[in-house]
Ligand binder design. Structure first.
Ligand code: LLP
Length: 433
């Protein structure tokens, strides 16, 4: 479910018309729905209720403080990947003891900070990292809670750039190596072997790869638990979302795609995995990012120009790949709809940004309603890996962000002032006159 829908001809986020938000806050503008975030969290939480579990929202997907505050308020933990993310989560009101720290390249300073903050666990990606964590823990006179990330070598069958669970990837430690690594880790000082972690990929639209990976890894967790006394097993994130909804075609619901495929619901996910996980008797951690935030956000943009070339009809908008890089980077599909519904025939359009790169596009040859200069469009499903992957390419300011709750809208990141982009730069000492 999500809370972006037309009321009459106007696209709304909950009780707010997006057109009025665009007029008030300008564009490009990210708009998030608090109710959608809450609804997604609650659905997954309920589905997993038969297990002792903790949802650690993968904040890399959306780390706006207001989004984090919403989820922290529901009791969510956070999956973090840098000390910056841990600090940000704490700044948003997160409980550090519900945060895990992942990533293949943790520095000594980051490890020290994670220990100081008192996080739940460090998810370890190599033996060298185990040794480093042990050494930092000894220096600090602390015990470091750790879990090794197992690479189960199960193909998630998702986009090559977001699959992580096969031996082609840099992530985790090979399934066959894990027991030896734990045996050696048990001899390192100041480590508490708290659990095992896995994550096989992102945007999985079938439960099968999860089932395969869990079936393969559960016996390993069981053996390790008997030896080392675990608290938890983390099954990672990766639940996929609908990017191409069949809104107008008599589809059964939001979870059916334009191709008529049904995607992964929390119920289906839980029905399949809970029976496999229950016998372990451990706390189960989940690290969903996209499932919670993806369809809770849109990017609103204004049409600047229309341009016809020999073959193409270009719609040039004021958002660009620096605001939302997913189409350029992964060829990903984002539904594009006008904020004011239009009647009439669809026009095959290329929706492009103003950046000087051919890759700066949001859609190619997409049948879209005929729009004109000054019209607004929304790029849907932009709440995950949207704003967080934004940058300043072409000296473009980071977009503003708004959180909506019912009839209320609040600016939760103001548009970056252009001077702030180069505020920390200077000319070289010898160039100063
Ligand atoms: N846990 C770990 C260890 C991860 O590496 C990730 C995502 C997650 C959890 C959350 O996965 P999710 O539930 O959001 O699928 N920028 C890409 C996605 C990169 C995902 C990286 N890791 C995109 O825009 O599709």
């Amino acid at each position: 479910m999500h809370s972006f829908h037309y009321v009459g001809r106007q696209l709304h986020c909950e009780g707010c018309s997006l057109e009025s938000l665009a007029a008030q806050f300008g564009t490009p503008l990210y708009v998030y729905s608090q109710s959608t975030l809450e609804d997604h969290f609650a659905k997954l939480d309920r589905a997993m209720a038969p297990l002792d579990h903790l949802i650690c929202f993968a904040m890399k997907s959306n780390s706006n403080l207001a989004v984090l505050r919403t989820l922290a308020g529901l009791g969510s933990g956070f999956d973090t990947v840098s000390s910056g993310e841990i600090r940000r989560a704490i700044a948003a009101g997160a409980d550090a003891s519900k945060c895990v720290f992942a990533g293949v390249g943790k520095t000594r300073d980051e490890i020290a900070y994670a220990l100081e903050a008192g996080i739940y666990c460090l998810n370890v990606e190599s033996e060298a990292e185990l040794k480093r964590i042990s050494a930092v823990a000894v220096e600090r006179g602390q015990i470091a809670p750790v879990a090794v990330r197992v690479n189960p070598n199960v193909d998630a069958k998702t986009h090559a750039k977001i699959t992580t669970g096969t031996y082609e990837n840099k992530f985790g430690i090979a399934f066959e190596e894990i027991e030896k690594i734990y045996a050696r880790a048990a001899k390192l000082p100041n480590l508490r072997l708290r659990g095992l972690q896995m994550h096989i990929g992102s945007q999985l639209t079938s439960v099968e790869p999860f089932r395969k990976a869990v079936e393969k890894v559960v016996p390993l967790v069981d053996r390790l638990n008997r030896k080392h006394g675990f608290d938890f097993f983390s099954i990672g994130g990766g639940i996929g979302i609908v990017y191409k909804p069949a809104l107008e075609s008599g589809a059964a619901g939001w979870w059916e795609t334009a191709e008529g495929r049904k995607v992964l619901t929390p119920q289906r996910f839980a029905e399949t995995l809970v029976p496999l996980l229950k016998p372990l008797g451990l706390k189960i951690l989940l690290e969903p990012g996209r499932y919670i935030s993806g369809n809770a956000g849109v990017l609103v943009t204004r049409v600047e120009y229309l341009k016809k070339t020999g073959k193409k009809h270009f719609v040039i908008v004021d958002a660009a790949m620096n605001d939302l890089i997913r189409p350029a980077f992964y060829d990903s599909y984002h539904e594009i709809v006008p904020l004011t519904k239009k009647a009439g025939a669809l026009v095959s359009s290329d929706v492009v940004g103003p950046i000087c790169e051919s890759g700066d596009y949001f859609a190619k040859d997409r049948p879209l309603p005929k729009v004109g200069e000054g019209d607004y469009l929304a790029l849907l499903s932009a709440g995950a890996y949207g704003s967080v992957m934004g940058g300043n390419y072409n000296t473009r300011s980071l977009a503003a962000e708004v959180l909506v709750k019912g009839d209320n809208a609040s600016i939760v990141r103001k548009r970056q002032a252009v001077e702030d982009i180069w505020r920390d730069e200077s000319v070289a000492t010898w160039q100063k006159s």
